[in-house]
Design a protein around this ligand. Sequence first.
Ligand SMILES: Cc1ncc(COP(=O)(O)O)c(C=O)c1O
Length: 483
Amino acid sequence: MKNNPQEFKAIADVVVEKLKDYLTESQAGKGKVLVQKPITELAELMHLEKWIKTGGFTPQAASDFLDTYLPNTQHLHHPNYIGHQVAVPHVAAGMADFIHGVINSPASIYEMSPSAIAIEMVVVNWMLSKVGWFKGDTLANGQPISGNGGGILTHGGSAANLTALLAARAAIAPESWVDGTPNDLVVLGSEVAHYSVARAISIMGMGKKSMLPVAVNDWEVLKPEALRLVYESAKNEGKRVMAVVANACATATGLYDPIDEIGHFCEENNLWYHVDGAHGASALVSPTERHFLKGVKRANSLVWDTHKMMQTSTLCAAVLFKDYQTLGTTFQQKGSYLFHEKEEVGRDTISYSLECTKAAIGTKLFWVLAATGEKGMAQFIDNLYQKTRQFQQIINDHAHFNSPYTPESNILCFQYTPFGTSNEFQLALRNEIVRRGNFYITSSEVRGIRYLRLTVMNLLTTEQHILGLMQEIIKVAADLKKK
Ligand SMILES: Cc1ncc(COP(=O)(O)O)c(C=O)c1O
């Protein structure tokens, strides 16, 4: 393949045609949702070593390659994909990725891609407006406004959580950037906070033990009375609370912490309040489901992934701040080749983000919103949340299945009970279902008890598919018991 416009068109035609077939078959639920061949066999089937060493990929070779590559991926568009919190991407997001891949428009400094950075600014303003942190008349407003929020897109929720905690540290101990983190700082958060929170704390040199876990109820929702106790005991030990972290929603169960109540507590005690809404902040777009985030305006920072609930491909996350000035305090480093005095016609994002070079990730969200409109996006989220409640009903209508709590998002936990509810058996069930490849589901432990877990990401997943899954579980369980 030559690196020229004609060859580009020839190969793009091949790729588009193959992807069209892939989408058609996946969406029709044809074939398996997942086939997992051994890794060496797969590497050989794709002739990876040969291509790396010799080059010479042609449109025909690309077509043959895709005949192996595509079937051996997870089929997220297949209605039986009910697995991880990874978006079934809208085709519009694919267009944004495609354009970015061809032109490469890093969204870090304005002069490298004015249009991508303008898009980042507008989608961030749109997200801020959903939280109630945007005071401008138009989303195109790029000027600082007193009382306005601010935000930045990052490559994923983990980077966003780290950024938010760095902002919290800059607020309580601004000298940390130069002197290192003082050892009296602690973070209080749900004992089931996503591991990226503990990881961020370790990365910041605070040591994992600086995360003081706050007890949760049986379904992993933070108990406000436990938060008070942990706070009092931290204070008594002479610790300073750098941040309080709430889940919106918990990764395993999909249930929201009491966002408003925790917010009141943080306000009363003047504590930095961080809401990890990597999964569930998207409900803010939906007039019917946004009540789960009531009080989110009380937060100082909010993480919101769009590659979970808003149909963008990986990755596009946002870290949003109540006060736009936080952006300027979080990172204090300077690089003379990037951060120099210049006549700025637009806004560089580099000073405010963890990444140096950053992809034009905002374009994915823009393209999807440009296709669906915000109402369409709200309907999409409503639909997934409603379906999940319906699916729970179907599961609980069967005497041998038990889903123990009412879902609040699109995450649902349940067990198949006739052969007991041991963790080993539920896990074995999940593993065998995935091995057979007709359905893709996950499993998670909630307070030491293992459940099968669904994340309903695909509008094409219907009651019939859930009934089909239940039949598959019954069959697999019987086969496992025979062994
Ligand atoms: C609550 C929560 N926070 C953070 C993350 C990490 O996000 P990412 O995978 O985008 O890094 C996840 C991922 O599942 C999550 O569920």
